[in-house]
Design a protein around this ligand. Structure first.
Ligand SMILES: C[S@@+](CC[C@H](N)C(=O)[O-])C[C@H]1O[C@@H](n2cnc3c(N)ncnc32)[C@H](O)[C@@H]1O
Length: 213
């Protein structure tokens, strides 16, 4: 099955901030591993609404962080939450991961929970290599093949049914990522019913006790 990119996804920063505790947890682990050193500059690719970039900057004095993201909504929220007159060592740019416009600028490149949204990883990697100074470090976390397979099986079965099919017509094979590409196909008043039903079916197939056993 083809893995979709998410050029059509519109991110809602407020909703993301409310429901991204898993991503934040992964980011904290990643920041520990990156262990930025005083005075270093860090590029955060797919920075979202800026919380993780801000945490990177907060942890180590003198670190400079530039967050880039292709979503204008996310960058607008990041700038509003971490304004440059207060957070002088953080800045945010609207920029696609496939066209990073930096040269020999960073000691480290960091990305959390973002690059599985992006097709064409070789281009991202070339841009990142250009953006890094000689000897720079790279630490990327993203979903990989097989992640969430059971959830996607449920979704695939659901969208084949009469009730949901109409919203997915013409998109055969276009169903392998997190929930946003699904819910954005379904009218807004049906987002919650769709998600609740998917969660219930997933739980029925994979009961907690069975998972633990
Ligand atoms: C799940 S959020 C992760 C945000 C943040 N890194 C975090 O850990 O909370 C994924 C982010 O990837 C961004 N993204 C998706 N495709 C992108 C692309 N081609 N270039 C840059 N950012 C992209 C989205 O706009 C979104 O903000």
């Amino acid at each position: 099955m083809t893995r979709p990119a998410c050029g059509e996804c519109r991110w809602n920063p407020e909703e993301y901030a409310r429901s991204s505790s898993a991503q934040t947890g992964w980011a904290m682990e990643l920041i520990e591993r990156l262990a930025p050193r005083q005075g270093e500059s860090v590029l955060d690719i797919g920075c979202g609404e800026g919380r993780v970039s801000a945490e990177l900057a907060r942890r180590t004095p003198g670190v400079r962080v530039v967050g880039v993201d292709s979503s204008p909504e996310m960058i607008e929220k990041a700038r509003a939450s971490f304004p440059p007159d207060i957070h002088r060592n953080i800045s945010f740019e609207i920029m696609d991961a496939r066209s990073l416009a930096f040269q020999d600028s960073f000691d480290a490149a960091f990305s959390n929970a973002a690059l599985h949204w992006v097709k064409d990883h070789p281009t991202v990697l070339r841009g990142t290599a250009r953006a890094l100074k000689r000897g720079g470090r790279l630490l990327f976390q993203m979903g990989g093949r097989g992640n969430g397979e059971a959830v996607f099986e449920v979704a695939q079965a659901m969208i084949a049914e009469d009730r949901w099919r109409q919203y997915f017509e013409g998109f055969a094979g276009w169903i392998r990522t997190t929930w946003m590409p699904y819910t954005q196909r379904v009218p807004e008043h049906l987002h919650e019913p769709f998600i609740r039903e998917a969660a219930a079916r997933y739980a029925a197939r994979h009961p907690m006790e069975a998972e633990k056993a």
